[in-house]
Design a protein around this ligand. Structure first.
Ligand code: BG6
Length: 481
């Protein structure tokens, strides 16, 4: 690797989290109910249930305590600082600030919690990277208006942003308006990404879908994101905003031109569409045909398009866990994946949760997105969900080290290719609750948390082998992997 370009001197090395997956304290200090708080635990095989009424005597809700970052933030941030982080990705739980989402005045106790978190990060010179919306829609908005299907959410969200921008204008520079906004191009996106139940959904993996409502919600989020960007720049012109795309990298399974065309369609819809709107400020041509073909209709006003044009982001960020293949052959073997599955790639291994491991796909993706947009790029999620064993206070997670090492090597190659890659925040800084299954034992962290799938454990933190390994990576600015 020595003859390759190095990681830039000011490269951001850190890790990522989301409030609903780590904070716990779900009903503390005036916090309201988020959509994540009404989701029970599940497994790879048993879907998580969404319960309109919380019944803790019957179900276990993993977000209620999660790993209790709310009360452990000092210890957790100190551990991240020990690893050498200079950036920490986190989200702000909307319902700590606006318990129902629609109030005009914020909940002070919620703001004070994040005051303390930012002060702690500052103490260690760690830059916060703040996701404003990461699966934390106020549940009240689901009951009131089927979530983002209703335009009113735009104003509620922008009001939330105004409070954050004014209060944290000197603490936070990097903002991500919506996590994985493109998930609303899939049926699975309804719930986590927009709080939509359509009055019927019971199980996370089997959601009632209305594409008109879903794409309207996505449109409302595009408008809300652009309004937030515009507002933020007035409050602090130094703010930097980024898109965050769940990059579902796809390859044609074979060189059959039918596979290629299908792959291109899939890439445009799932990956490029949301990026094009948020980075280029336009609705791209190809989406019209998709809407026509699928009979999708929703309201887009001239004013919406003006707003979208003016509120484009400064950097492109994405999550990358795996790649999938696309095949015109309906009988091809399938694998699952993050948000979407696809055809099985015979050249790749998969994890226990059936996500294919493809480090080279990261280099390909980095080139793909940089070529398309030409703005700075950050990998804001990447990591291995795996079972860890705690033996005598140690966790020998060589598999995680291998996974992240191979992805860092590919990032370095992409930098050598000329991609303006500015940061890496793997998932996750610390073990936390899995979104897709609600499990604790699908672990991603560099820091182990003693807690199991049923909620038992001391919540004690332990440094995994990957903790020490990543510390060396950061210390050498990516030279020693
Ligand atoms: C990303 C989400 O899609 O994938 C995270 O932004 C999530 O919130 C991560 O945790 C890993 O997925 P899972 O289902 O294994 O937790």
């Amino acid at each position: 690797m020595n003859n390759l370009k190095s990681f830039p001197k000011d490269f951001f090395w850190g890790g990522a989290t989301a409030a609903n997956q780590c904070e716990g304290a779900w009903n503390v200090d005036g916090k309201g109910i988020s959509i994540s708080d009404v989701m029970t635990n599940g497994t790879h095989k048993e879907p998580r249930r969404i319960t309109a009424v919380i019944d803790e005597s019957k179900y276990y809700y993993p977000s209620h305590e999660a790993v209790d970052f709310y009360h452990h933030y000092k210890e957790d941030i100190a551990l991240c600082a020990e690893m050498g982080f200079n950036i920490f990705r986190m989200s702000i739980n909307w319902t700590r600030i606006f318990p129902n989402g629609n109030e005009t005045e914020p909940n002070l106790a919620g703001l004070e919690f994040y005051d303390r978190v930012f002060a702690e990060l500052k103490k260690y010179h760690i830059e916060p990277l703040v996701t404003i919306y990461h699966n934390e829609n106020p549940f009240q908005l689901t009951s009131e208006c089927n979530g983002w299907a209703d335009r009113r959410c735009i104003d509620y969200y922008v009001n939330f942003c105004r409070v954050l921008f004014e209060r944290y204008k000197d603490d936070v520079k990097y903002w991500i308006p919506f996590n994985e906004i493109n998930c609303l191009t899939t049926k699975l996106g309804n719930w986590n990404h927009a709080g939509i139940l359509n009055g019927k959904t019971e199980f996370f993996t089997d959601q009632t879908d209305n594409p008109n409502t879903r794409f309207a919600s996505l449109h409302h989020q595009f408008v809300a994101s652009a309004m937030a960007v515009k507002l933020g720049r007035v409050i602090n012109p130094n703010f930097k905003f980024g898109t965050m795309i769940c990059h579902i990298t796809v390859y044609p399974l074979t060189c059959n031109p039918d596979d290629l065309i299908l792959t291109q369609e899939e890439d445009l819809l799932r990956n490029c569409f949301s990026g094009d709107v948020q980075v280029k400020g336009i609705y791209p041509y190809y989406i019209n045909r998709y809407f026509e073909k699928n009979n999708i209709h929703f309201e887009i006003t001239e004013n919406d398009l003006e707003i979208i044009k003016k509120g484009v982001v400064d950097f492109y960020s994405f999550s990358y866990y795996m790649s999938n293949c696309i095949s015109s052959n309906k009988d091809s073997a399938q694998v699952s994946g993050n948000v979407m599955g696809g055809a099985k790639n015979p050249y790749l291994e998969a994890t226990e949760w059936d996500w294919q491991i493809d480090p080279k796909g990261l280099r390909y993706t980095l080139n793909h997105v940089y070529d398309r947009y030409g703005i700075p790029v950050m990998v804001t999620e990447n990591g291995l969900g795996a079972r860890d064993e705690l033996i005598d206070g140690k966790i020998h997670d060589t598999y995680r080290i291998d996974y992240i090492k191979q992805h860092i090597e590919q990032m370095r190659l992409a930098i050598d290719d000329g991609v303006d890659l500015i940061g890496y925040t793997p998932w996750a800084s610390i073990d936390l609750v899995s979104v897709s299954t609600g499990e604790m034992e699908k672990r991603y962290g560099f820091i182990y948390v003693d807690k199991d799938n049923e909620g038992n454990g001391t919540l004690e933190r332990y440094r995994k082998d990957s903790f020490y390994w990543y510390q060396e990576v950061i210390r050498s600015n990516g030279e020693k992997v």
